[in-house]
Write a protein that binds this ligand. Structure first.
Ligand code: SAH
Length: 248
């Protein structure tokens, strides 16, 4: 009998943003494989599990995906319950689909547990409502960095009129800026750059599409960070409500 693999979203960093289901799954796990960007504080929910760090910060120079696959399979075939902990949501730039498919092809069942993705948590923590009646009728989550090094169609994204939340964009600011301006966004379009969202080390830099690069350099923006681009960034409603709540 092969064991089971949980593919769990650990949220953006704040351990309180873990779901109850993630806590239950961690409690069942005998082996926990933890990715980069997962706050190790969440391991308090699996005190007796064997923990394997598979990210760059764990000392390995980014564990190859093939090795991670094989490791999951090996423990599952030993009948163990394996938890694979990923930052944010496992299905948002997190490869959970690939891993689930790979395991299924080898007869191992897996279950995905959602987590709060960095873009959502970062925006809220900075008082930004990603959709807002009369301002933005939608939100697009997009990565600036792909394995094949191709760029998203920035001009087309500009034309959607949705708030853009850009992941993995820190090293691509020039390209993002140019593409969105080419697509017709105004130079004055507000941008928030949010580093280490939801952690005590969170930092936020407000800028515009025009000044994006200069401001990011002055701020010394570092990964992990997300960019929120769109008129909702300039709206004060949620910020006022949040500061009011903080005072109360
Ligand atoms: N599955 C993750 C995303 C993994 S891709 C999720 O749903 O959040 C890694 C990228 O996510 C980083 O380059 C950065 O753009 C973003 N990211 C992850 N954690 C973050 C955090 N705490 N603050 C800001 N950005 C973060």
């Amino acid at each position: 009998m092969s064991g089971k693999v949980w593919l769990i979203g650990a949220g953006p960093g704040d351990p309180e943003l873990l779901t109850l289901k993630a806590v239950r799954a961690l409690g069942e796990a005998e082996v926990v494989m933890i990715d980069d960007l997962v706050n190790p504080a969440v391991l308090e929910h699996c005190p007796t599990a064997r923990v394997i760090r598979v990210g760059k910060r764990g000392g390995c120079r980014s564990t190859p995906q093939a090795f991670i696959h094989r490791l999951m399979l090996r423990y599952a075939r030993q009948g163990r319950c394996v938890a694979r902990l990923k930052g944010g949501d496992p299905c948002i730039f997190g490869r959970a689909g690939e891993e689930a498919e790979w395991l299924a092809a080898r007869g191992v069942s897996s279950e995905i547990v959602n987590g709060i993705t960095a873009g959502l948590a970062g925006a809220t923590a900075c008082g930004i409502s990603l959709t807002l009646r009369g301002v933005a009728r939608g939100v697009t989550l997009v990565t600036a960095h792909t394995q094949d090094d191709s760029a998203p169609n920035w001009p087309a994204l500009a034309a959607t009129g949705t708030t853009l939340v850009v992941y993995m964009g820190v090293a691509r600011l020039a390209e993002i800026q140019q593409g969105l301006l080419d697509g017709g966004l105004a130079l004055t379009t507000p941008v928030a750059m949010i580093e280490n969202a939801s952690l005590p080390s969170q930092r936020e830099c407000r800028s515009t599409l025009q000044d994006l690069q200069v401001d990011a350099a002055l701020f010394q923006l570092r990964s992990p960070a997300i960019l929120v681009i769109g008129e909702v960034v300039g709206q004060a409603a949620l910020q006022q409500a949040l500061s009011f709540a903080a005072q109360a």
